[in-house]
Design a protein around this ligand. Structure first.
Ligand code: AMP
Length: 570
């Protein structure tokens, strides 16, 4: 067994590592640190991605190599994003707890340059910087790179992807020729090879087999569902496991914000992170995410680059990334530092081949999983609820309130009372899971079908009702109403698909006898309710006529006002 003492690090650092709980070096640390400490001018290439412990690999070596007595910058770490820069600086400051004379400064774009210029006036041994801002500071003569001995290019492939090639080239002009370059990159595209060839001298190369690492710690899963059902499906995963915490990746800024808004409005602890937010807003979101003030961060790939948050149980892919490499980057946000994690992709039936491609190219294996069923949710929720009730400490006011209300329950046995409480919980689950009961789709199907399209369901008949989303009801409300008006238990209704003005639902065949007739004569706020078996003539006849009614219905009171007398409230 190896530990940090055998890598050649000073006692100052190993004692800090012990305090931080770093027991064993990671593979990249084990391989890189002795090399980096050996020869000051050694050029080094580490092929390793975020999560492998590469920051500590170069950071610890740097802290032992720089001279605290010498007041000019000796080490420069270039990194693609502000977030990553801040995290690197934070780690270095932690590692340097016993080396108070070493000052680490971080500079990046999107923040006031004047503060950074002032900070750099202090004696500083290590600078962490994003390329654009550093170049700006060089031009303003606010930073002196003439004594740099170690240049670290961290996430070099990302820096090139982000268009920093020119800035890097320019900056290298200002750095002495006898410096060592340590380059860390998850991949080695041609652009990186050119940098290596141009600027580095016989580098030592260490490659951490990320595919194997990923395989070991991350469980790759996918579910097949319609695109329009991806969010309802995600909600079920969140509902089933309230302890899960993670990031969901989306492709566009708009989609990211829209999904975060939608989930937020439904009461989920989520926030969006994307490039349309100001730096201040992004910082605030990250702070809340790290403080565990939310369950899920909804982010674009660019915004989430370099995010270093431990203990994320899940990474979700609302849409798979275009580039296969991005999948590895995304999923690497979970299962960090030896922990296990799940990377779950939502794919529509047409995307099955992307999974096969990811498996082949990334040398990983995916497991197909099902979207939790309403029954799964019900069972989990009822268990949690029962535990909660059993473990609730009785409030001081409970006695007084009980005296006031117990008359209402006088005729109910304990069992009846419990059944009613359970029903109110069940209603909640139904209301939250509007739409189709089964969100799973077979692979290779027709893909995204219209939610209102006809699908056969054995032993069930499809019905039409002229109540729709415009009436401000949920599918849960609708089932309640149908059940109350027809005296058919709610369990016999399923697969409600709601359109703007009308809805379809399935009814168990055994309950069909006289079902539609029971709605005759029922009006809600002057609007005659019509229920029929589904056939073409059931569609609204005249759009103009219907529109008139719509306006009327829309103007009227929502949920409570439109319910038929005697209907239960969800
Ligand atoms: P990195 O790959 O540098 O982004 O590091 C990933 C995470 O692993 C960071 O939160 C580090 O603090 C943590 N870490 C790095 N090395 C070790 C280690 N040897 N033992 C425990 N945690 C580590």
């Amino acid at each position: 067994m190896n530990n940090f003492d055998t890598l050649g690090l000073s006692e100052n650092l190993t004692s800090v590592l012990e305090k931080l709980g770093f027991e064993q070096p990671t593979e990249i640390q084990e391989q890189a640190i002795p090399q980096l400490l050996k020869n000051e001018a050694t050029d080094f290439i580490g092929i390793a991605q975020t999560g492998t412990g590469k920051t500590a690999a170069y950071g610890l070596a740097l802290l032992d190599l720089v001279d605290p007595e010498f007041k000019s910058p000796q080490a420069l770490i270039m990194t693609p994003t502000r977030e990553l820069g801040q995290q690197i600086a934070k780690q270095l400051v932690e590692f340097a707890a016993n080396n108070k004379a070493i000052n680490v400064e971080v500079v990046y774009g999107g923040a006031a340059i004047s503060n950074q210029i002032r900070a750099l006036k202090k004696p500083t041994q290590v600078i962490v910087a994003t390329p654009g801002r550093l170049y700006d500071l060089i031009k303003r003569k606010a930073v002196n790179l003439s004594a740099i001995k170690y240049l670290v290019l961290d996430e070099a492939d990302e820096m090139l992807n982000m268009g920093f090639k020119e800035a890097i080239d320019e900056i290298l002009e200002y750095i002495p020729g006898d410096r060592a370059i340590w380059l860390f990159s998850a991949t080695m595209p041609a652009g990186i090879r050119r940098i290596v060839k141009h600027y580095m001298d016989a580098p030592i190369e260490v490659s951490i087999n990320t595919a194997e690492r990923v395989n070991k710690d991350i469980e790759h899963q996918y579910v097949t569902t319609k695109t329009s059902n991806k969010i309802p499906a995600l909600r079920r995963f969140l509902d089933l496991n309230s302890n899960m915490r993670g990031i969901m990746f989306c492709r566009t800024k708009r989609e990211t914000q829209k999904i975060a808004d939608e989930l937020g409005n439904q009461g989920y602890g989520v926030e969006a992170l994307h490039g349309d937010l100001s730096q201040g807003q992004r910082d605030a979101v990250m702070k809340r995410f790290k403080a565990r003030a939310m369950q899920l961060l909804i982010a674009t790939d660019v915004a989430a680059r370099g995010i270093d948050v431990d203990n994320l149980t899940h990474v979700f892919h609302h849409t798979l990334p275009d580039q296969l490499e991005s999948y590895t980057h995304r999923s690497g946000r979970t299962a960090r530092a030896g922990k296990k994690g799940i990377s779950l992709a939502f794919i529509n039936p047409k995307e099955g081949n992307r999974i096969a491609e990811l498996e082949r190219k990334n040398k990983i294996k995916f497991t197909a999983v099902e979207v939790p069923s309403i029954e799964d949710l019900t069972s989990s929720r009822m268990h949690n609820w029962a535990n909660l009730i059993a473990n609730t400490k009785v409030d001081d006011q409970a006695d007084t309130i009980l005296e006031e209300v117990q008359g209402k329950f006088a005729n109910l046995s304990k069992e009846d009372l419990l059944k009613r409480l359970i029903t109110s919980q069940l209603d909640h689950i139904l209301a939250r899971n509007r739409g189709e009961a089964n969100l799973n789709e077979p692979q290779g199907g027709r893909g995204d079908r219209d939610r209102g399209s006809r699908t056969e369901k054995a032993g069930h008949t499809r019905y039409f009702v002229n109540i729709g989303a415009i009436d401000g009801v949920t599918t849960g409300d609708l089932i309640h109403f149908l059940s109350d008006a027809s005296n058919v238990e709610r369990q016999y209704f399923s697969q409600v698909t709601m359109q703007r003005n009308y809805s379809f639902f399935y009814l168990d065949e055994k309950q069909e006898n006289g079902f539609a007739d029971r709605f005759k004569g029922i009006e809600i706020e002057g609007h005659a309710i019509r229920v029929n078996r589904d056939d073409q003539q059931n569609k609204p006849k005249s759009k103009g006529k219907y529109k008139k009614k719509k306006e009327h219905r829309r103007g009227a009171g929502r949920k409570s006002g439109r319910r038929r007398k005697g209907a239960q409230t969800v």
